[in-house]
Write a new protein. Structure first.
Length: 399
């Protein structure tokens, strides 16, 4: 069941007021529209390779062969070893499997993370802390960059530890120095678990994929259907199973593989491989034009994203907003789809945890908005948002 917070209930009650016509979708960080080209691979698997990959017959073998072919395609696209790539249902599941699998395997393993991570990292680590495990938090600076000296100190004080982080933030897009972080971890004998859900569709794999011991990615952030993800780990690493019932995917993710989802995932990775540079250039142009248009329309705003942020995700705050829930509801009424936080946070009001960790004051961080754009965004989408902001900036945001 999806989030059903009070804000979403209000949206349901108010649905009749959402205008018909083209939706302005600016929430690519939450999920991407499905690229029709990935649906061909999905449909073919449904129509031809529909058997259970574990079944002992020709149809099962054909489905199994397709899974292995896709495993190699995805691994090659991200510069990973295919032998360490395991399919699951989402990046969140992959992160949970890695965190719990490592924690159960080594009772003395310490965990280090930051205050700007996604809920799928924060929640399991919070649970581990409540169970008495060592969980430390590395600070970030005012731009959202990880404090390298603080990280070195934390890892040095925990001889057996793992650093869990994202190389591209889900709210501000802040890019971390993955190579330096990995070098710091290696120097302390620590492991690195990377939440690459936002990095995979936006950053060249060479800038992040080689610098981790475990990596989590979700297909639906790459323009493929939902329901498929991966956990990659170095072959030398062993994780305790957190589920039972089958030997699929190294025993870590038992159950029948999502063959159509895997096929679409592979097609999405292949498409991304040849387009990420051009897409990034296009997205930066769109962002620049949007910010210029806000200035021309005299809409007061503060850029919360540092210049070193991933293309397609940026954060702004609007000091003139008096009621954030009413403001977001009005955007929804106008057919503009945008979020403040990750979809897993289940709220629209209150301060941003990410901005708070960066030292932004609570009032300002309570008026922030995350804008996520991508492959199918056009300039008019962002101009529609700027027109809405101009109108709302000139009138009270009351329910």
């Amino acid at each position: 069941m999806a989030c059903d917070c009070g804000f979403r209930k209000k949206m349901r009650d108010d649905r009749r007021r959402v205008p018909a016509g083209r939706t302005v979708y600016l929430d690519y960080c939450a999920t991407t529209p499905v690229d029709p080209r990935t649906l061909g691979a999905f449909e073919r698997a449904c129509r031809i390779d529909w058997a259970n990959p574990s079944s002992p017959h020709s149809r099962g073998l054909a489905a199994s062969d397709l899974v292995e072919e896709c495993r190699k395609k995805i691994a090659d696209a991200f510069g990973l070893e295919a032998s360490g790539l395991l399919f699951c249902s989402s990046a969140s599941e992959a992160l949970h499997a890695a965190i719990w699998g490592l924690a159960a395997r080594d009772k003395d393993l310490g965990f280090v993370t930051t205050g700007v991570e996604h809920a799928s990292v924060r929640a399991p680590l919070r649970m581990l802390r409540s169970l008495g495990r060592s969980v430390a938090e590395c600070p970030v600076d005012g731009t959202g960059a990880i404090d390298g000296n603080a990280l070195a100190g934390l890892l040095k004080n925990a001889p057996r530890s793992i650093f869990v982080y994202s190389p591209a933030n889900h709210e501000t897009g802040r890019i971390q120095d993955a190579a330096r972080i990995f070098e710091t971890a290696r120097g302390a004998g620590a492991l690195v678990l990377m939440d690459a859900a936002q990095a995979a569709p936006r950053l060249p794999p060479s800038t992040w994929a080689p610098f981790a011991d475990l990596v989590a990615i979700g297909s639906h952030k790459l323009y493929a259907p939902k329901g498929c993800g991966l956990l990659w780990k170095r072959k030398s690493l062993r994780l305790a199973r957190f589920r039972r019932g089958g030997t699929q995917e190294g025993g870590l993710f038992p159950g029948t593989e999502n063959v159509p989802g895997i096929a679409a995932f592979a097609e999405a990775a292949k498409l991304l491989q040849g387009s990420i540079a051009e897409e990034s250039r296009m997205l930066r142009v769109l962002e620049k034009d949007f910010l210029r248009d806000l200035g021309l329309k005299s809409v007061p705003f503060i850029e919360e994203s540092h210049e070193e942020h991933a293309a397609g995700v940026f954060c702004l705050s609007f000091p003139w907003i008096s009621d954030m829930e009413a403001f977001m509801l009005e955007l929804a009424r106008l057919g503009i789809c945008v979020s403040r936080f990750s979809a897993c946070s289940s709220r629209v009001d209150g301060p941003s945890r990410v901005l708070a960790a960066m030292g932004v004051d609570p009032i300002r961080s309570s008026r922030s908005m995350r804008i996520g754009i991508g492959r199918f965004t056009v300039r008019e989408d962002l101009f529609a948002l700027s027109r809405a902001l101009r109108r709302l900036a000139g009138e009270p945001t009351s329910p």
